[in-house]
Design a protein around this ligand. Structure first.
Ligand SMILES: *Cc1c(COP(=O)(O)O)cnc(C)c1O
Length: 403
């Protein structure tokens, strides 16, 4: 085995396919969101970020920053251990309690990331529940796919958001066998919602547990920012609801919430929960402050949706096609990895606009895209500049957007 050739060949083929990933070396400017300094060139240059998942700008909200600074002063830097061995700080307990209130559920459990929450929970459920079959939407996030795979449980993939296909597949399973339906409320690459209520109804009909990833919806949808399940008034029908503290809540960490016995079961059995150091107290304090703030304030949510509406209007006026499923996520499908990467580079070099190209395997080949995400802090001027820049760049590269 020539190891050097192996690693180099792999990297070279990624490069020749135009899907080699390059980091944008950014320094976020606290208090000046969505501006950042880009160090990727020889000298630092100010850019406007149009692809952040800090959807509400909470990562720079004064209330969140103050809570984190105070927690560092009070409790120090790291947590000092796993949750079971000296790493449970009062901040973790407060945050888990707050997550219960947010989702109106009995119990909540923190993980170090949303990725880990999915991976650890699904793999534990699938492994431990005897004879369990997991029904998984074909567009589920990589962390859910990995959790299901690691569980060793039987996996049945259903067509994206297709209730007919899901029901046909549920029907074929033995009525008495254990089943889990794993899905998301808002799919982040297309920005489309799932029919949560219909899935819940099917789950009841076929005696299946529901596992819902609300990562892109928490903080934004529902009157208190608890997500789509709240908006659709089905919070109590979701057996395990999973979320992140890293997107609209602006900090870091993941969680699950649900009935006490299910959450306690995961707490007691999930390797990805038990054998890792808990998040630093300051992260818990920041997330706690963000959730509490957004529970009472809908200002940020409303402003985000008005910026999104204005951006969509400006894009339409500039003749730029995009997917519109009524969510806050705006994908512009370029359909070619190299062109997508080139468009992103021109935007950065010539217009000081940062939109990361999204290529395979994050999205299917032929649907490579620029995924725009707005925030309450993007101004009218930034919006019109973005629409103009996209139009000019697509013209220059002769990119024909799919209708
Ligand atoms: C980002 C994401 C995750 C992972 O959450 P992190 O907190 O970033 O680890 C899980 N599910 C979906 C759908 C995501 O987009």
């Amino acid at each position: 085995m020539n190891y050097n050739d192996f690693f180099n060949d792999n990297l070279n083929s990624l490069k020749s396919e135009g899907r080699y990933r390059v980091f944008a070396d950014l320094e976020k400017l606290a208090g000046d969101f969505p501006k950042a300094l880009n160090y990727s060139d020889s000298k630092a240059k100010e850019v406007i970020v149009w692809c952040s998942n800090d959807y509400l700008g909470m990562g720079q909200n004064r209330i969140v920053l103050d809570a984190m600074i105070e927690a560092i002063e009070k409790a120090g830097a790291g947590s000092g251990g796993t949750r079971n061995i000296s790493g449970t700080n009062h901040y973790h307990i407060l945050l888990e309690r707050e997550i219960c209130y947010l989702h109106q559920r009995e119990a909540a459990l923190l993980f170090n990331s949303g990725y880990l929450a999915n991976q650890a929970t699904l793999s534990t459920l699938g492994k431990k529940i005897p004879g369990c079959t997991i029904f998984s939407d074909e567009k589920n996030h990589a962390s859910m796919i990995l959790g299901i795979k690691n569980s060793g449980a039987k996996k049945v993939i259903f067509k994206h958001n297709c209730m007919k296909d899901l029901e046909n597949k549920l029907k074929k399973a033995d009525k008495s066998d254990a089943k889990i339906i794993a899905f998301e409320s808002l799919y982040s690459m297309d920005g489309d919602f799932s029919p949560v209520r219909e899935i819940v109804n099917l789950a009841k009909k076929y005696n299946a547990l529901t596992y819902l990833d609300e990562v892109h919806a928490v903080g934004i949808y529902g009157s208190r920012g608890s997500g789509v399940a709240e908006q659709e008034n089905i919070m109590n029908d979701i057996d395990i609801l999973q979320g992140t503290l890293a997107k609209a809540f602006g900090v870091m960490g993941g969680y699950i919430t649900g009935k006490k016995n299910i959450v306690d079961f995961i707490r007691s059995n999930a390797s990805g929960f038990i054998f890792t150091t808990s998040i630093p107290p300051c992260l818990a304090a920041g997330a706690y402050a963000a959730i509490r703030h957004l529970k009472f304030s809908s200002t940020e949510r409303k402003k985000l949706l008005s910026v999104v509406t204005s951006l969509k209007k400006n894009l339409r006026k500039a003749g730029i096609n995009f997917l519109d499923h009524g969510s806050h996520i705006i994908p512009v499908i370029v359909g070619d990895a190299k062109l997508c990467t080139q468009a992103s580079k021109l935007l950065l070099d010539n217009y000081a606009i940062y939109v990361q190209p999204i290529n395979y395997p994050t999205v299917p080949v032929g649907t490579e895209r620029l995924r725009l995400s707005a925030s309450p802090l993007h101004s009218d001027e930034m919006i019109s500049k973005l629409a103009r820049a996209l139009k000019e760049v697509f013209n220059e590269l002769n990119i024909k957007l799919a209708a």
